[in-house]
Each structure stands twice: as structure tokens, then as C-alpha cells.
Design a protein around this ligand. Structure first.
Ligand SMILES: N[C@@H](CCC(=O)N[C@@H](CS)C(=O)NCC(=O)O)C(=O)O
Length: 312
């Protein structure tokens, strides 16, 4: 765990002292866009881009799901980092295929030798211009959703124009309260910071539970990116966030509508193959030594994900 400062790796944990015990997530550093336009510097091309992910990470997971759903698996290769994120940050269990690097931070300094900032997954690499296109999952998601359609022939749209304002509203609600809410709860280093995040998280889950009693998905009758962004947090919740992050007012299994909805999304063809509980549990319980100094990984819980979801 650490960050790059002018191209040099420093092993430091998140600073919560300057924010009253609260965990504040930094913005991503590479924010280019792949666009299907003749004058765009990053154009959709088969085999041009390489995606670095952790199977443990909910932000990386979104991009893996979208790659699968949009038929991009044959066009964008993936390298999976080791689940353990310790003093060197994300590492590869075998040298990665493009440069033979063993650490993800080397990819960042390959792109920019004096880079300063966090080294995060997902990271989307461009082999043609030798740089990182983006390390912001929400933006990678949009590129995958729309910019490769001519290449793949897949025109499924998870961010349709007429639903954008509603999708944006859900994203703005789900991100701080749920996606990042579990991290704010788990990484809080003071009681009030923990309780604030905890209360916000469970109030938000209550609202989603209520909404899903009236609506098939977050936005009407079709799955949108808002659902996938929520899904990757839900699927980790009972296995990790309840125990490791102390998000223990309720489990997802205690919310009938959310549980059915989560199972339905899990059962969408291609999705369950992107879910890896071994990496998920190993990463959190083994990497966050401040929270779990023994690094013992729990065996449970038993999860019911494959039985009928009961949602129509
Ligand atoms: N805003 C980024 C956040 C990505 C992120 O924070 N990923 C975590 C893993 S779940 C990470 O790589 N953390 C390493 C660090 O913060 O140093 C995104 O959505 O892509």
C-alpha cells in the first residue's frame, strides 16, 4: 500500500488524520477517452488496449463486467493482479505480459516517469501511444459501453440518452453512500467518522430496498450501468464488508428485494465468471493489516447466489 511521489514509490497508508478520522478517496490521475472518431487520439481498435484489474476491487469489477457484456473480451486483454496489496501496492504474481513488470506502479511510471498519485485498479493501457488511457472506472465503463460498438456489433446500451439524468442521480446517490460508503465505514479511524458513514450506508440500503419493491431495476425495467455499479459492492457485502469493514447492521441476505436483485444480476450470463470470492476475501482480510493484523481470512459465510432469484 502506498503511492508514487514524482515517480518514486512510497509505502504509506491513507491519511485520515488531516480529515478527522474520515477516509477521503483521491481522484484518478489519468483521464483520457477512447472515442470512435477519426481525429481522436485514442480510437477503438481490437488488441490495442490492455486492462489491469484486481478481481477483489469493486471499481475494477465494473469494467470487467462491461467488457464481458459488451463482447469486448476478444478485443481487450486483461491482466489480473495478485489479491495481496501490501508494501509494494498492487503486484503481479507473474511478470505482466507487456513489459514483464512485477508491480503495477511500474506501469504508471512507464506512462509518466515523474507520476505522483495513487496506483489503482482498474488501469487501462494503450499499447500504441505507450500510456495509460484512464484509471477511472466510471469513465472506462462509458468507453466500453459505447465506443467499440462498430467493432463488436454489440449495441446494448447501459447508459441510454433518455435515461441518463435518472442514471446519474442514482450514481450520485450510490457512490458516496454505498460504493464508497463501505470504505468510509471500514477505514474510519474515529468513532464518529465510523458511525456517520455506517448510518449513511444503511439509510441508503433501506432506500434501495424500498425502491426495488416498486421497480425492477434502479432505473425502470432495463439493466443500466447504475445497476452494475451498485452490484459490485452488493456482491462483496456479506462476504467482506459486514465483518471486515464493520458494516454489520444487516446483511444483504436480510434485504429480500436487494438480495433477489443481486442474485438476478449475478445470474446474467457472463457475470458470475467475473466474481471471485477467493480474491475478494483474500485481498481485504490479508492486505489491510491495520484492520486485521492477524491476516486470518474467514472461511464463511455460505452465500446463496445460484438459487432462483424470484424476481419475475
Ligand atoms: N476512482 C477510482 C478508484 C479505484 C480504486 O480506488 N481502486 C482501489 C482498489 S479497490 C485501489 O487500487 N486502491 C489502491 C490505492 O488506493 O492505493 C476508480 O473508480 O477507478
Amino acid at each position: 500500500m502506498g503511492k508514487l511521489v514524482e515517480g518514486v514509490w512510497h509505502d504509506v497508508w491513507y491519511d485520515t488524520k488531516s480529515s478527522g478520522g474520515k477516509f477521503v478517496r483521491e481522484d484518478a490521475g489519468f483521464r483520457n477517452w477512447i472515442e470512435n472518431k477519426s481525429d481522436a487520439p485514442f480510437q477503438p481498435e481490437s488488441g490495442r488496449y490492455h486492462l489491469y484489474v484486481s478481481l477483489a476491487c469493486p471499481w475494477a469489477h465494473r469494467t470487467l463486467i462491461m467488457r464481458e457484456l459488451k463482447g469486448l473480451a476478444d478485443h481487450i486483454d486483461v491482466t489480473v493482479v495478485s489479491p495481496d496489496m501490501l508494501e509494494n501496492g498492487w503486484e503481479f504474481s507473474q511478470p505482466e505480459p507487456l513489459f514483464g513488470f512485477t508491480k503495477l506502479h511500474q506501469i504508471y511510471t512507464q506512462a509518466k516517469s515523474d507520476y505522483s498519485g495513487r496506483v489503482t485498479v482498474p488501469t487501462l493501457w494503450d499499447k500504441k501511444t505507450n500510456t495509460i488511457v484512464s484509471n477511472e472506472s466510471s469513465e472506462i465503463l462509458r468507453m466500453f459501453n459505447s465506443e467499440f460498438n462498430d467493432l463488436t456489433g454489440n449495441t446494448d446500451d447501459y447508459y441510454p440518452t433518455d435515461l441518463r439524468s435518472e442514471i446519474d442521480l442514482w450514481n450520485e446517490f450510490v457512490y458516496p453512500n454505498i460504493n464508497n460508503g463501505v470504505y468510509k465505514t471500514g477505514f474510519a479511524t474515529t468513532q464518529p467518522a465510523y458511525e456517520d458513514a455506517f448510518d449513511g450506508l444503511f439509510a441508503a440500503l433501506d432506500k434501495v430496498e424500498q425502491h426495488l419493491s416498486e421497480s425492477r431495476y434502479l432505473v425502470g425495467d432495463n439493466i443500466t450501468e447504475a445497476d452494475w455499479r451498485l452490484f459490485t459492492t452488493l456482491i462483496r457485502f456479506d462476504a467482506v464488508y459486514v465483518g471486515h469493514f464493520k458494516c454489520n447492521l444487516k446483511r444483504i441476505a436480510d434485504y429480500p428485494n436487494i438480495q433477489g436483485y443481486m442474485k438476478e444480476l449475478y445470474q446474467v450470463p457472463g457475470v458470475k465468471e467475473t466474481v471471485n470470492f477467493e480474491h475478494i476475501k483474500r485481498h481485504y482480510y490479508f492486505s489491510h493489516k491495520g484492520i486485521n493484523p492477524t491476516q486470518v481470512i474467514p472461511k464463511g459465510p455460505e452465500l446463496d447466489l445460484d438459487s432462483p432469484h424470484g424476481r419475475g
